[in-house]
Structures are given as structure tokens and as C-alpha cells.
Design a binder for this molecule. Sequence first.
Ligand SMILES: [Ca+2]
Ligand SMILES: [Ca+2]
Length: 286
Amino acid sequence: MHRFGCTALVSPVALAMAITLASLGAQPAQADSRKPADMVLNSLPVSVEMASGYSRSLFRHWTDGDGNGCDARKDVLVAEAITGQVVGCTVVGGVWQSVYDGVSTSNSSTFDVDHRVPLKEAWDSGAWRWSASTREAFANDLGFADSLIAVSASSNRSKSDRDPADWLPKYEVCTYAKTWIAVKYRWRLAVDTTEKSALQRIIGSCPGLMLVPDLASINTDPGAGRPNSSSPAPTASMAPTGGATDPRFRTCGEAIAARYGPYVVGRDEEYYWYIDRDNDGVVCER
Ligand SMILES: [Ca+2]
Ligand SMILES: [Ca+2]
């Protein structure tokens, strides 16, 4: 129920309905892991943004990744309706509330399903390396309930592709910042220095822990960054998401031989210097 931060605006009956509706939606259970937000933020790689190559069409959506017959936009609208009756992929008599600006609607077509971390921001922060299927998984992610959120179209369009250094919602700023960090963590995306400073400033005044999502499975595109591919060549400063830039060792084999590793995502800075080929969140396993 952490979607509904504005609980004062939602009656107990509506909350009970929302729980029922959420259980009908396709959101899987997730481990309740909580940590200080600054700890999670500091685990993210810091990198300049990839300034080119993005196209919205590179992130196929809305698709039905969980195979329940409803596309991800509809799944989110079903999960987030605060009242109404689910019929197929829609909610009859549904009411939705936009946590960004407090706007309510009974007409879901006036609401967008927002990518908490916008598709372009994701591309610029590391998704340029991903395969098409991983980009699609990100764009339709129901594996972490806060990745996608139904909000008023006007608030979503005001946000556009901006990160928290340039745009924040009217309400629930703490929740917004923590969720932003959570999505970047889940998908091993980088933060740029301006964005990190903004997030540090926000969470510095936000009490409590943040929900840490499970890591998503990521496959990279071997062609990303090569000349003549659809992706532009990365610069050296894009290195922390993999590529053996450990100043001490050229390969994991050399690191292991010198009795270093394993390195764990979110814990060890060295993790980001190597390629996590099996995407299990650990590199240089012995
Ligand atoms: Ca679905
Ligand atoms: Ca950014």
C-alpha cells in the first residue's frame, strides 16, 4: 500500500477496496528489504549520461510480460484503482488518485502510467547497453510495484524525461526520491553527479528507511557501443556498469588470483568495474 502515501485522502473503505484490487492485479510479492536511502544511493554507480542514441521506440510498451492477457498499463490501472470492480482488464466505476499532484479521476484515459525513471533517463543511465528484451522488461516492469505508477497526464507531461535535479512532484517528495533510487538500484542504472546531489539533499530531510527491490535480470546487447550499431559509442566515463576498468587488474581472473573478490552489487564499488555475465549481482566469484 506504499503507493498511496496520501492516506489522509483515502477512506478506510477505499483502502480496503484498494487492497482487494491490488491482490487482483499482477503485482508479485516482493521481499520486504529496507535500508537507509543514503546507503542505497551510494551503492549506485556515478556516471555522466549517454547524451545520444535514445528513441522511445527502443523500449517496447505496453506489453503483457506476465501473460495475464492485460497489457502492463492496464495491470497498473487495475492495481491502483482505489474503488470499482475489476472486469477483465479494466475497472468498472474505477477511481484513481495521482500521488504527484493529488488529482483524482474516474476516467482512466486522463491518467498516464508513468515510468518512475523515464525511458530516456534509463537509456542515458545505462540502458543503452541492454538488449531489446531487457529494455522491454524495464518499460513494462511489474516486478517492483513502484516502477510504474498511474498519475495525472498533466503531472506526467510536466515531468517528461527529467530527473529529480530538474523535476519533483508537488506531493510525496520523499517517497518519490526513495522510489527513484529503488528503481535505479533494481536495474543497476547510474546517477549523474547533479542528480545524486539533488537526491542526497532530498533524502537528507526524509526520515526512515526505503524499500529495496529485488534486482532485475539484465541482458546486455553485445553490439551496444560499437561503431555502426544503433547505439553510439560510449565514452570512457561510462565505464562503471562493466568492462574491467579496475585499475589493479585487467580481468576477474587476475583479481581472483590475487585473492580479491567476490564483489557484490550495492556493496562493493568494484562490482561496477566488471561485467556480471550471469546477472546474479556478483562478479569475480571464486
Ligand atoms: Ca499483464
Ligand atoms: Ca540523470
